[in-house]
Design a binder for this molecule. Structure first.
Ligand code: LLP
Length: 478
């Protein structure tokens, strides 16, 4: 047995990732060669202890920091980052709440037995069926996004004899992204009620017209994604506290809650330097306290909605290399196109957002001099890039296992079956065991979607139309 210790990896990798003395990658005690042999490639791997540690760190840090300013804070995990039943159960175990934004995400929460009063539901165009599902399941808060929705929620709540807790999504005029924020931009987007033109106060008035079916809990703002600094939150919080104060003055109501949304950044490559949960919690608590003190408003109950920061760093996608093609780009640059057995269908983020990732050989060490490589997928598009620029050993070859870290968030959840490539499984790894959280799709799954579930019959008086819909005798599609 080799006596040299395993080498730890950088912060881009899950906490339980290391390189074994014989050169393979290990995650949560599992040699990735064995994982590939057991589950096949490509596969999304999740380090379960890493997710738990991050979930706990958020919960503890926000409880402590906001406790210190005399209030409470809840962490609503944003299910859009990644959701399945075992994930929801893990979050429940760790004492988190859950943010869902569709009936589909709510169905997962229900299947997991997630209590309704710890669920918040977003969405700028929730259907009446989704609102009905949420209200009958006892979802604690609906984040209302439009005037139409105020009436829809009031109507459904009244029909069920419920006084539904609602928050108003606010367009604070703050747009934050990695390393920058703009405090006057972002009016021109679909979410929320504008602070700028009086819409928000009109919405407050409309909600207060329905005291028997709606209870206004407070305001909600989500300022962006992959945020590494707290200035954007400071401006948003200040603006929200000011309108809470305005509501208190105009309507005599102190709104008890304030949600600051998610967007906490993670490291995709070693160039990214995110704040830790305690740093972010400490800064946000100071921000909220300052904003409240400045206008003499009581500090509300706070909630946040991190998705990426809880599950993103816990994920690694494991691929197998199929081809390696050196391309002479310039005299001094040969780029090695390393094709793997997945691609933009399992991770569309590079194509969608020019997102950067990194990669390492997972099955062996190599002494070969590094070459400039581009990891690409198997799809019929030249934009099908998994890792745009990475140094890989010059002897990278077909059959090598390749691991791409920081793929726990917005990879499976944004995945597609483009080119009829079935989706990879999600495998949770823990010390002493592993489990299939989502199984691998098969070609059979894809073919099974064709036709059979279609509503077979048109309603009385309509006939099956040329284009597949139901049409009236005059040919109008119904
Ligand atoms: N809360 C609300 C209301 C949101 O809209 C989002 C994300 C979150 C929380 C969670 O944000 P996080 O902490 O995960 O950054 N597909 C993109 C991200 C879109 C996020 C949309 N909303 C990506 O892959 O980067």
């Amino acid at each position: 047995m080799d006596a040299s210790p395993a080498a730890t990896l950088s912060a881009v990798w899950p906490m339980g990732a290391e390189r074994t003395p014989d050169g393979a990658l290990r995650v949560a005690g599992h040699d990735l060669r064995d994982v590939a042999a057991q589950y096949g490639t490509p596969a999304y791997l999740l380090d379960e202890a890493d997710i738990r540690t991050r979930a706990r760190a958020f919960k503890e840090a926000f409880t402590e920091a906001f406790g210190a300013i005399g209030t409470q804070a809840d962490v609503f995990y944003a299910g859009k980052a990644f959701l399945c039943t075992p994930m929801a159960r893990l979050l429940l175990d760790e004492g988190l709440s859950l943010d869902v934004c569709t009936g589909g995400e709510l169905a997962v929460a229900r299947k997991a037995g997630f209590p309704g009063d710890r669920i918040g539901m977003h969405g700028n165009n929730k259907s009446v069926a989704e609102i009905e599902d949420a209200i009958t399941y006892g979802v604690g808060r609906l984040i209302v996004d439009s005037f139409e929705e105020i009436e829809r929620v009031a109507h459904v709540a009244a029909a069920h004899g419920v006084v539904q807790g609602v928050m108003l999504r606010v367009k604070t005029g703050v747009e934050a992204h990695t390393h920058e924020f703009i405090a006057t931009a972002h009016e021109d987007q679909k979410f929320g009620f504008s602070l700028a033109d009086g819409q928000l106060m009109d919405a407050v008035g409309r909600i207060l017209e329905h005291p028997d079916s709606l209870r206004l809990l407070g305001f909600h703002s989500h300022i962006g994604s992959q945020i590494f600094e707290s200035e954007g939150f400071a401006v948003a919080a200040e603006r929200l506290i000011n309108v809470q104060l305005q509501v208190a003055r105009e309507h005599g109501i102190v709104l008890p809650e304030l949600d600051l949304g998610g967007g906490f950044g993670i490291a995709y490559t070693d160039r990214d330097t995110p704040l830790s949960a305690p740093q972010m919690a400490g800064q946000l608590a100071q921000i909220v306290q300052r904003a409240c003190d400045a206008v003499g408003h009581p500090v509300p109950h706070i909630s946040i909605e991190p998705g990426r920061a809880i599950v993103g760093p816990s994920g690694v996608t494991l691929y197998e290399v199929g081809t390696v093609k050196p391309v002479q780009v310039r005299d001094e640059l040969t780029r090695y196109y390393v094709s793997v057995d997945g691609g933009m269908s399992d991770n569309p983020r590079p194509a969608l957002y020019e997102a950067d990732y990194t990669a390492q050989l997972a099955g062996r060490a190599s002494e070969a001099a590094p070459v400039t490589a581009r990891v690409v997928g198997k799809h019929c598009e030249s934009g099908d890039i998994v890792v745009r620029d990475v140094q890989l050993p010059g002897d990278v070859r077909a059959g090598d296992l390749l691991a791409v870290p920081a793929t726990g968030a917005y990879c499976r959840s944004l995945s597609s079956q483009y080119n009829h490539v079935p989706r990879p499984p999600v495998i949770a790894l823990r010390d002493g065991g592993s489990s299939v959280w989502i199984r691998r799709e098969t070609i059979g799954d894809l073919l099974a979607l064709e036709g059979r579930n279609e509503r077979a019959n048109c309603p009385v008086g309509l006939r099956r139309g040329r284009f597949g819909g139901c049409e009236a005798a005059d040919g109008a599609l119904r």
